[in-house]
Write a protein that binds this ligand. Structure first.
Ligand SMILES: Nc1nc2c(c(=O)[nH]1)N[C@H]1C(S)=C(S)[C@@H](COP(=O)(O)OP(=O)(O)OC[C@H]3O[C@@H](n4cnc5c(=O)[nH]c(N)nc54)[C@H](O)[C@@H]3O)O[C@H]1N2
Ligand SMILES: Nc1nc2c(c(=O)[nH]1)N[C@H]1C(S)=C(S)[C@@H](COP(=O)(O)OP(=O)(O)OC[C@H]3O[C@@H](n4cnc5c(=O)[nH]c(N)nc54)[C@H](O)[C@@H]3O)O[C@H]1N2
Ligand code: SF4
Ligand SMILES: [Mo]
Length: 892
């Protein structure tokens, strides 16, 4: 361990509130873990800004973080428990839950029940869930959505290091001379960390960035080199790198002989592999090898393009092999760096949320570890083997082996692979409890018992970010309705199941102290995760806990791991693994010719339960889409803005085609976010095959196979509405916008009576109607008004309708007369689709500024329009717009 590093900040200064009623808390979205200053307005609202004192973001926030104020209202919140669709009391709901779990266990054994939890739970919630299942119910059937996210990294770390440890910290990215981003769209998924990289690169132009991704993304735009490798071929690429390292004599012989096992076998396997499967040109491959081997300070950042694969663990180890061979680990400015997805993805790994781990990085299969935890908990039973991992868990639910399921803080009916089958399995399960903030999620709709949980801004506890930094989330708003905290609900059920003393927690601070003490026990076994110095925190110190990086014990705080060559394996040495490329499990062929890649967009968070509440965030990309290569689109006879049916052997979706050369030939990409709440058929995990990595159990979410066909719509429509729409067409996708909603529509049969159709769509039977029909062209324009105010406007035609969507959104609730023009008058320029969500600046506004005012840089556009000057999340897209104008000009 490298104990020389200074702590992140002096721990324990009691500053929960910076001044009057401003709270220092942590953003609930990505694993960057930015500090947020939130000020309640006393009426249920808040204002937010970045916390300049937080080490992760130093005052910055991205578009999602800066929009937090728009997502804390009561809109859609579940405010009281529900049993079988009817309101109940907490006593009824929790008694029923405890009773059903007890009965099921008594009759069918502990493995007939399961918890499926989440990397968005706070550490304290997670600790109680894990203790209840593993220690008291006596089953290891608790798994988490981190199985879909971090499991391959956990497996890779454990195989190489003997423990699941991220060696470095964020400042390594700033100090590196080369950053290699593998399967990471950092610009959209870890935007503040990305901005730190951009700033460092501006300060030191010699710094280089390589992006390894089969798709061109906002992140590739920053890269000096973008390797569009064949999907799934990362192991072959890093094997080739390992051979190059050896052949160039760049092995750190001293480090390898003192601190690494398995070198020879790993190199032998790498030599036998063939980089041709990457599909990269010699020129690109050579450039990569030159840059990596020619630079000492390399940080290799990896994310879901690596983890979500049937060779995910091998991909991780192929990267670690190269860092271990060169001794490039655990020192400033270099090392492998897995970025975590969810705000507490790391905390969940520490606390033992996965079915194959115990708390505090202890191993479930290790009898001594089990005995120690059992003694510490005074637990009646401990499982001796790993429980069901997510995919397996829902299979057991489908098979009827798991008969009682509790889903907490995750939406598996949308986010699990083979999602239709998962949805059906949950629907068919004897007893299902769902704890969520919202009643209308696709999973919540399937619950027998629905429990209202508090959410961000209401709950108190800790999270750990990608660089092992533990920060407080603080409650600043009252719990809405009867909502309760997850740790509290879980403890109450524990007590009702009979373990009154063991689950007698009154505050999250009590839970945290117990957890910190257990980490001291783990440290006794030589485990790395040790926060024992926090085990006697007073309540006030817990309230005031400053961001602090673990380990936190009597001898050290924070710092890097492994620079000293000491690892946590049985031999104390790191392990290099012999690895061989394996292609994705699903094979493309005549029936399913396209490789189906999936991932994220800038302004939505997962299944959209919170980010879609913000009209501002919803304007960036307001509709589910499929990126497809223009030549493939042409072969399918697709016209611009056509809809496509995407089908796999598992399921089907209906998406807007987005022809772009950002994807390769015969590769398509769709965002993971849309649910049945926001679109007719865009739960894209319904198409994803439930194929898992044999080591980690993580599903291959990015490499299924599909076919794509044109959806032959008889008509297309666009609508704006002051209230939620009642769309029933084959295709619809709706989003909050301005003072109401917007929707895209299409169907195979044209309504006979457009006006009647519009009244139903807008729930406005008595509104006054203004209609314009062009029967020759087959277009219909209908505006419905109540008391002179526009409640809904529908534009329909045989072709995708070309109207100014942002302009129409601005008219919702206003005067009706001007709506039917569909676009603004000549005196009012059309802003186009929103690019900068902070200042609501559209593409056209920026293009006009580039073209007419001759603005040539992102900075100049910022100075003139403000775009990109607040959160900065849109800066990569502004840069891409500039580039497209330059390319266009060069071609003219
Ligand atoms: N805006 C936003 N940010 C988020 C989230 C969100 O929902 N929205 N979610 C958070 C969470 S939980 C997570 S896990 C992270 C995920 O963060 P990322 O992993 O950066 O995001 P993804 O878009 O899932 O995938 C990254 C890239 O992997 C590429 N890829 C696909 N197959 C391969 C392959 O075989 N090899 C390589 N090298 N690349 C491949 C995809 O083309 C994609 O561009 O984001 C976090 N941040
Ligand atoms: N095809 C494909 N599928 C994927 C991925 C992909 O890249 N491609 N990525 C995978 C990854 S990496 C991830 S992390 C998952 C994410 O997938 P999910 O975890 O299913 O997505 P979320 O929308 O974040 O679900 C969180 C739920 O918890 C609720 N919630 C929020 N806060 C609280 C709280 O404090 N308490 C409780 N009880 N509930 C709360 C929210 O309303 C929401 O319903 O998706 C995975 N699925
Ligand atoms: S980068 Fe954005 S989403 Fe991630 S923690 Fe920071 S503000 Fe939140
Ligand atoms: Mo994730």
């Amino acid at each position: 361990m490298d104990g020389a590093d200074t702590p992140v900040t002096a721990p324990l200064a009691p500053v929960a509130q910076s001044n009057d009623c401003t709270f220092r808390t942590t953003c609930p979205y990505c694993g960057v873990g930015c500090g947020v200053l939130a000020t309640p307005d006393g009426q249920g609202g808040i204002t937010v800004k970045g916390d300049p004192a937080h080490p992760a973001n130093k005052g910055r926030l991205c578009s999602k973080g800066s929009s937090l104020a728009e997502t804390v209202g009561l809109d859609g919140r579940l405010l009281h428990p529900v049993i079988d669709g009817a309101r109940s009391t907490w006593d009824e709901a929790l008694d029923l839950t405890a009773q059903k779990f007890r009965e099921t266990i008594a009759e069918h054994g502990p493995d007939s029940v399961a918890f499926y939890v989440s990397g968005q739970l706070l550490t304290e919630d997670y600790y109680v869930a894990n203790k209840l299942m593993k220690g008291f119910i006596g089953s290891a059937n608790i798994d988490t959505n981190s199985r879909l996210c971090m499991a391959s990294t956990v497996a890779g770390h454990r195989r190489a290091f003997g423990t699941d440890t991220v060696p470095g910290m964020y400042e390594d990215l700033e100090q590196a001379d080369l950053i290699v981003l593998v399967g990471s769209n950092l610009a959209w998924c870890h935007p503040v960390l990305y901005q730190r990289v951009v700033a460092a690169k501006q300060d030191r132009p010699g710094m280089k960035v390589i992006n390894i991704d089969p798709r061109r993304t906002a992140t590739s735009d920053l890269a000096d080199l973008h390797l569009m490798l064949e999907p799934g071929s990362d192991v072959a690429l890093f094997n080739r790198l390992l051979v190059e390292i050896v052949d160039r004599g760049l092995v750190d012989e001293a480090f390898v002989s003192d601190s690494v096992d398995g070198f020879d076998k790993a190199v032998e396997a790498a030599r036998a592999d063939d980089a041709a499967v990457t599909g990269l040109s010699d020129e690109d491959l050579t450039a990569f090898l030159e840059m990596w081997t020619g630079t000492e300070k390399v940080v290799t950042v990896f994310s879901q393009g690596v983890n979500q694969s049937t060779s995910g663990s091998d991909k991780v180890n192929s990267i670690l092999n190269c860092h271990l061979a060169t001794g490039r680990i655990g020192k400033p400015g270099l090392g492998p760096f897995s970025v975590t997805g969810q705000p507490n993805a790391m905390g969940g790994r520490e606390v033992g949320g996965l079915a194959n781990m115990l708390a505090c990085h202890l191993d479930i299969e290790n009898a001594e570890h089990r005995a120690a935890v059992r003694k510490f908990w005074d637990a009646p039973a401990m499982p001796e083997a790993a429980g069901a991992k997510a995919v397996d868990m829902f299979q057991r639910v489908a098979d009827g082996k798991i008969k009682a399921l509790w889903v907490i803080c995750t939406n598996p009916a949308v986010s699990m692979p083979d999602a239709d089958a998962v949805r059906d399995a949950i629907a068919g399960c004897d007893f299902v409890v769902v704890s969520d903030m919202f009643a209308t999620t696709d999973t919540a709709k399937l619950a027998d018992v629905l429990l209202p949980a508090t959410g961000w801004g209401e709950k108190d506890g800790t999270v750990t970010n990608s660089e092992r930094c533990i920060s407080r989330q603080r409650g600043l708003l009252p719990a809405p309705g009867e909502a309760r905290h997850d740790w509290d609900i879980l403890s109450d059920v524990g007590r009702r199941m009979g373990w009154t003393k063991e689950f007698d927690y009154q505050t999250p601070a009590e839970v945290f102290r117990e957890y910190a003490a257990l980490s001291g026990v783990a440290a006794g076994f030589g485990r790395d995760f040790d926060i024992s110095a926090l085990s006697d925190l007073e309540d006030a110190d817990y309230d005031g806990l400053e961001p602090v990086r673990w380990p936190i014990n009597a001898v050290r705080t924070g710092g890097r791991f492994f620079g000293d060559g000491k690892f946590f394996t049985d031999t104390g040495k790191a392990k290099m693994l012999p690895l061989t490329h394996r292609a994705p499990a699903a094979k493309t062929g005549p029936k399913y010719p396209f490789r189906f890649n999936t991932g994220r967009i800038r302004d939505q968070w997962h299944t959209m339960t919170r980010t879609a509440l913000s009209g501002r965030l919803s304007q960036h990309l307001a509709e589910p889409f499929l990126e497809i290569h223009p030549e493939d689109a042409a072969e399918l006879g697709l016209k611009p803005a056509d809809l496509v049916t995407v089908e796999s052997p598992q399921g089907r979706a209906l998406l807007r085609a987005l022809p772009t050369d950002r994807v390769g030939r015969k590769q398509v990409f769709a965002p993971m976010h849309w649910t049945s709440e926001y679109a007719s058929a865009a739960r894209i995990d319904a198409l994803v095959r439930a194929e898992v990595d044999p080591v980690s159990g993580q599903p291959e979410s990015k490499a299924s196979v599909v076919k794509v066909t044109r959806f032959n719509a008889a008509w297309y429509g666009f609508a704006v509405s002051s209230r939620a729409l009642n769309a029933k067409t084959s295709y619809w996708a709706s989003a909050r916008a301005g003072n109401g909603w917007r929707a895209e529509l299409a169907d195979m049969a044209t309504p006979k009576d457009w006006e009647a159709y519009a009244r139903e769509l807008f729930n406005a039977p008595d509104a006054a109607a203004v209609t314009v029909f062009d029967h020759a062209k087959g277009t219909a324009r209908i505006a419905l008004t109540e008391e002179g105010r526009l409640v809904g406007a529908l534009f329909a035609g045989k072709e995708p309708v070309a109207v100014s969507r942002n302009h129409l959104v601005g008219l919702i609730g206003g005067e009706a007369a001007i709506a039917l023009a569909g676009r603004p008058g000549a005196d009012m320029p059309d802003p186009g689709a929103t690019l900068c969500s902070c200042f609501n600046i559209g593409v056209n506004t920026i293009l006009t500024a580039i073209e007419t005012d001759g603005l040539m840089s992102v900075e100049a556009i910022g100075a003139a329009l403000g775009a990109g000057t607040n959160c900065g999340s849109c800066r990569p897209e502004i840069a891409a717009l500039l580039e497209s104008v330059r390319t266009k000009e060069a071609a003219e």
